[in-house]
Write a protein that binds this ligand. Structure first.
Ligand code: BGC
Length: 790
């Protein structure tokens, strides 16, 4: 926080009336804060990110995601995380800051940093990783790129918001150690390293308390422990009791409640139920936010749109992951006879659906790429990208043009109705028409490369029938040209998976516990998320965390780990090794450092990522790499002492180029203090995670409520339509909302309506009017409750 505003803020607070103070506590509308002209405080504009600026055009209705200003759609987080390169994230943040400036936006709402607990989460495309260290580092790069250039970020969604099912009301039940080591750790890294100006609290509850009213999260951990000094913003509609939220540390409520909730705070102060000093603290932070934002509004700012498009391509090229390359099918020769199959080559899927949807400046296509490079273009659509149904005529055409080709490149992937913000996936399959197309073509040609456009892992039943797989994820508006630059070897692929691709859904860590019941979801797998689980349970996987191929080869050698004779010395461990490019083209390798902790009394993961670096090397070049470790790299969170502690014993430091390909390792012994924590047998050795009620309760250190609770009268504003739907009048009410959404979205060409529709049963009644853009008003909802409770 910049001291230059301190005096000014003091003066303003002294001058402000109580009405003026409370007016700052919530939005003026959907996207901006209130101004106070008398005191020269301007309204500040916030807008969605994270992979671009989604500024809605004037007059477009609030829910419509379609009509926003055209801006660059950069690669989504699932893709950019695979760059394993915080510098590239910085470039993205910097480029986005220019677009924000040009559009008078002060805050870009991102990055999303929630951990991919299950590959089924519909919003995983907006998140980085299953690993908190990687997620934290990537987010830090993005935040710094944005904030160093005067635009503020909003780290979201704080916290334990790892599913879309019932995201507005679910209570995430997580043991303290998993919360600290997995779910909060990514936030902690980003807060401490990149100091974002704002944090967005999530909709859900965490261990019984709404994130928006969670003093433990917002004040004790975020502010007091981690030193966050910015403002906490509510996710849109996440506030329940405004006064409680204020006391817990929530500063800005979004969007507007037309002054209703501000009034509650006003009354509480007047009635001596709220100490004005608490309000003043929040107002101080909000004033700082306003003054800083006002100093960073840029009049007549413009940026080079082509340059940003090229940056989007550059990031994609550094992130796309080559998963299979049998017989060196890639890079392809330009003179080969090539068939391009699949509508995604021409109508790419390059981003995910929901609040992050960018109205892309321009979208690269296969046809354009081939024309620009004077290459012949043999294309068949193969499937309709809006449907999962097999179209035999399209398949036949695709098979026919594939027959006599040297190489067939099939573009396949997930479609919007399969993954989106607002709902979770039910399975890991690609649409039937995509799988079928690949199968059919594989019968007539063996030289197939599948190019995937997906926001999360999928199953690949055809993997043995194709020679190459290139995973674009959702790589932004330049996805297709980036893909072809890799396919033709103009760029050497260097992306590494930031999450595991499992062999089937039943193998995934949270399979038995995701997405929980109608009220809560239990994170029984504790710290065993992603590769921590697959390693512990010794499961085979389709592709491991950290995996990705290159067109060149690398050699790792000469590992040295410095000694630490004392615990304090652990803060200065140097891990030194060499990486050499042993092939004949320029390439980059991601060196990954894993620590295997001793597992004595405390259950541990087999290994955890504690460092990484992307190394750029010319053929034959060798670089000596130094990575540093610190005390935290060896610690676990002791839920009893509420401290990070280290267990005495042997620790292994490993360097690999994927979590399942360790190339160098060294042991070191640590003598630490003793401690005690309960030993719960089921967490030590397991094949499939199956945690009995008693063991999870012991881990949580409390008795747990059932995850499903049948709602009963009197119903209240925290119930949702799912609770009431057995009543006819609630059914009618629900239908009214659905028809209202049909009408509202009748001209919308995106699939956003589906997202809203799927959320309507789940949304708590208190936010239903905001979430439906007032299709039903607060009065309608109160009437409904009155009738039902009669
Ligand atoms: C999403 C946020 C988003 C906000 C504003 C919410 O529903 O969860 O990520 O920033 O809407 O669009």
């Amino acid at each position: 926080m910049d001291n230059k505003y301190t005096q000014k803020i003091k003066e303003l607070i002294n001058e402000m009336t109580l009405e003026e103070k409370v007016s700052l506590l919530s939005g003026k509308d959907f996207w901006s804060t209130k101004s106070i002209p008398r005191l020269n405080i301007d309204s500040i504009y916030l807008t969605d990110g994270p992979h671009g600026v989604r500024k809605q055009s004037v007059n477009s209705d609030e829910l419509s995601l379609q009509q926003s200003v055209a801006t660059t759609c950069f690669p989504t987080a699932c893709c950019s995380a695979c760059s394993f390169d915080p510098n590239i994230m910085y470039e993205m943040g910097e480029a986005i800051s220019k677009e924000a400036k040009a559009n008078n936006v002060a805050v870009v709402l991102g990055p999303g940093i929630n951990i991919k607990r299950s590959p089924l989460c519909g919003r995983n495309f907006e998140y980085f990783s299953e690993d908190p260290y990687l997620a934290g580092k990537m987010a830090s790069g993005w935040i710094s790129g944005l904030e160093d250039n005067g635009i503020q970020s909003s780290l979201k969604h704080f916290a334990a918001n790892n599913q879309e099912t019932l995201r507005l009301i679910i209570d995430s039940i997580v043991d303290e150690r998993a919360l600290r080591e997995i779910y909060l750790y990514a936030f902690e890294i980003a807060i401490k390293e990149a100091k974002p100006s704002t944090v967005m609290c999530s909709y859900n509850s965490v261990n019984g308390t709404l994130a928006s009213e969670n003093k433990y999260l917002l004040n004790d951990i975020l502010r007091n422990e981690w030193g966050f000094d910015g403002i906490v913003i509510s996710d849109w509609g996440a506030v329940n009791e405004r006064v409680e939220a204020l006391k817990a540390g929530l500063d800005l409520q979004m969007p507007s409640t037309n002054g209703q909730d501000d009034k509650k705070v006003y009354d509480a102060v007047k009635e001596n139920k709220l100490d004005e000093k608490i309000l003043n603290k929040t107002v101080e932070r909000l004033l700082y936010f306003s003054l800083y934002s006002m100093d960073n509004i840029y009049k007549n700012y413009s940026y080079d749109k082509e340059e940003n498009h090229n940056i989007a391509r550059h990031i994609a090229e550094n992130s796309i992951v080559l998963l299979k390359n049998e017989d060196k099918i890639l890079p392809a020769k330009k003179e080969s006879k090539i068939a391009i199959i699949g509508e995604f080559a021409q109508k790419p899927r390059y981003q995910g659906n929901g609040s992050s949807l960018i109205n892309a400046y321009k979208i690269d296509t296969a046809e354009e790429y081939f024309k620009e490079n004077n290459l012949e273009f043999n294309y068949a659509k193969g499937y309709d990208s809006n449907s999962s149904a097999i179209d035999n005529a399209l398949v036949e055409k695709a098979v026919n043009i594939s027959k006599d080709k040297d190489l067939v490149i099939i573009f396949a992937g997930l479609i919007n109705s399969y993954e989106s913000e607002g709902f979770d996936r039910k399975h890991l399959n690609l649409p039937e028409n995509h799988n079928h197309l690949i199968e059919e073509i594989s019968k007539v040609n063996k030289n197939i490369v599948v190019v995937l456009s997906i926001g999360a892992p999928v199953l690949m039943p055809w993997i043995d029938k194709v020679k190459g797989v290139l995973n674009l994820y959702l790589a932004g508006e330049a996805a297709i040209s980036a893909a072809f630059n890799i396919i033709f070897g103009i760029v050497n692929p260097s992306g590494k998976l930031a999450e595991t691709f499992p062999l089937n859904l039943e193998d995934t860590p949270s399979y038995k516990y995701f997405p929980g019941g109608n009220k809560s979801v239990q994170y029984r797998e504790s710290i065993f998320v992603g590769y921590r689980y697959y390693d512990k349970a010794a499961k085979e996987v389709l592709f491991p965390f950290g995996f990705g191929l290159s067109y060149t080869t690398f050699e790792f050698s000469h590992l040295i780990v410095s000694d630490a004779n004392t615990i304090a010395g652990l803060d200065n461990i140097h891990v030194v090794f060499d990486v050499k490019n042993t092939g004949d083209v320029f390439g980059c390798e991601v060196a990954q450092l894993y620590v295997t902790a001793t597992e004595n009394n405390i259950f541990k993961a087999r290994k955890e990522l504690k460092g990484f670096i992307k190394v750029f090397l010319e053929p034959n070049e060798t670089k000596t790499i130094i990575l540093k470790l610190n005390r935290r790299s060896f610690s676990f969170y002791n839920a009893e002492t509420k401290k990070y502690e280290i267990e005495s014993g042997i620790y292994t430091i490993s360097i690999g180029n994927s979590s399942r390909n360790i190339l160098l390792s060294k042991n070191m012994e640590i003598n630490a203090n003793s401690y005690y924590q309960k030993r719960i047998p089921s967490y030590f050795n397991f094949k499939d995670i199956d945690i009995p009620d008693n063991d999870f309760e012991e881990l949580m250190d409390k008795k747990l409520k059932p995850i499903n609770i049948k709602a009963s009268k009197p119903y209240n504003l925290n119930n949702n339509l799912l609770d009431l739907i057995h009543e006819n009048i609630a059914k009618e009410f629900y239908n009214r909302i659905l028809s209202g959404l049909d009408e509202m979205f009748k001209d919308d060409k995106t699939d956003t309506k589906n997202m809203f529709k799927s959320m309507m049963l789940e949304t708590p009644l208190r936010t239903l009017s905001t979430m439906t853009g007032n299709i039903v008003t607060r009065k309608d909802i109160e009437n409904l409750l009155n009738i039902l409770n009669e």
